[in-house]
Design a protein around this ligand. Sequence first.
Ligand code: 3UK
Length: 505
Amino acid sequence: ELRYPAQLNCAAELLDAAVEGGAGERIAIVGEHESWTYSELQRRVDRIAYVLRADLGLVTGNRVLLRGANNPMMAACLLAVLKAGLIAVPTMPLLRARELTAIVDKANVDAVLCAASLRGEIDAVSALPRHVVMFNDPDNPASLEALMARHPVPFAAHASAADDVCLISFTSGTTGIPKGTMHFHRDVLAICDCFPRHTLQARADDIFIGTPPLAFTFGLGGLLLFPMRVGAAGVLLEKLTPDTLLAAIEKYRATVCFTAPTFYRQMAPLAAGYDVSSLTRTVSAGEALPLATREAWQAATGLRMIDGIGATELLHIFISAAGDAIRPGATGKPVPGYQACILDANGQQVGPGVIGRLAVKGPTGCRYLADERQKDYVCDGWNLTGDAYEMDADGYFYYRSRTDDMIISAGYNIAGAEVEEVLLRHEAVAECGVVGRPCEERGQVVEAHVVLRAGFEPGEALAIQLQDFVKLQIAPYKYPRSLRFTDKLPRTETGKLQRFKLRSA
Ligand code: 3UK
């Protein structure tokens, strides 16, 4: 069990402890134009903390909305908010003014720190808080950097309680409605002391890289908090594509990579063009990892993918497996520190081989901002993630679908992910999404939305070929009776398929 002192500031624990422990001259953060040692990062964090407290007059518990793509200053701002005893409200870079207005309102934001490149949507927010400060804004005399220059170091970390809220993270909203989740100082350390420690076995000489935004807890943990907890380096790059991520892995000799399954699927055929031999662990999360993707990645790089399921409500990954413990097809076992089980519709635990609702318990857990259906997610201390899972006799957990995405067609329960797995094995298929479309006769009909690889033409003949391909590999009642070709699938900024958009397409 994890134990932390009652008084705990997670930023001090990550940053000041690293410097005091002798990591001061090691590289903490690498950006496109600069890289900072732990001491350099600490000096910036301390000056920003003074700006927040002394210049803006913020007091303990005030909320600071953060906007920026992945870059070193965005990381420094985040850490400064935590170190000053304030609450960070990071926001996804692509959010529009309307969504930002809802967050400012819901999270009761007191100040905004915004990268100049994302200024447009912030300016359009109605009812902004009193303080809006821009960073990465060299020509602006009122920029955060200009204010920072007037302050000394060090800044003494605010003496927070271990269970003071320090982070409000919004879910990516696969259903379209983002929910705010609150996390304590101790939660931030707890995620560092579970998955990266036990599953990844992170070390000081690791170099972390990847695509998830720092505003997504997958990225916040994987690219900033996890490396800091062990004195390692995190590479923070904006606007990565499959090609530029591969190039960056080569350039920075990255050892650990975090991204979503679709990104690995796109990188696999390109990987031969780059030297990615520095990689030792690659982590896939955000949505189910299809077997075809796992195999393509392993064939291209020799690496066995580490799949892991995480959730904003639980802050990070809670079921995973690495190395020899990997079982293709399974997400893995509960990460040390967490427990998991499968519940039936009545909330009773079921045994191996039965599909049910995934329930999770551990050092972190869901706390929605007021009035947001806390009771739907937390029941008897168990977090219900909304996923349909199955366990085997050895305690491995297998993803089946989101509970509300299970397709029921003519009385059969069909998991869209299983049909997607099969389609992705066909040479013509680059991407696909399988959903249940309402249908009078069968209740729902299995419908596949397919993006073709270059060189393949959409048409009736190919549709029939794909349908037959599915029928030969899984029970024929699961084949997509409806099959549509499309150029692009609707995805969230975190790489998740938006099935609700496919259902109404
Ligand atoms: C789904 C997965 C199958 C699942 C996240 C790592 O994705 C993250 O958080 P979100 O709040 O979404 C949570 C939901 O996403 N999911 C995530 N990973 C997997 N499904 N296999 C997986 N490996 O439905 C879950 O309930 O956006 C992931 C770390 C931090 C995160 N916040």
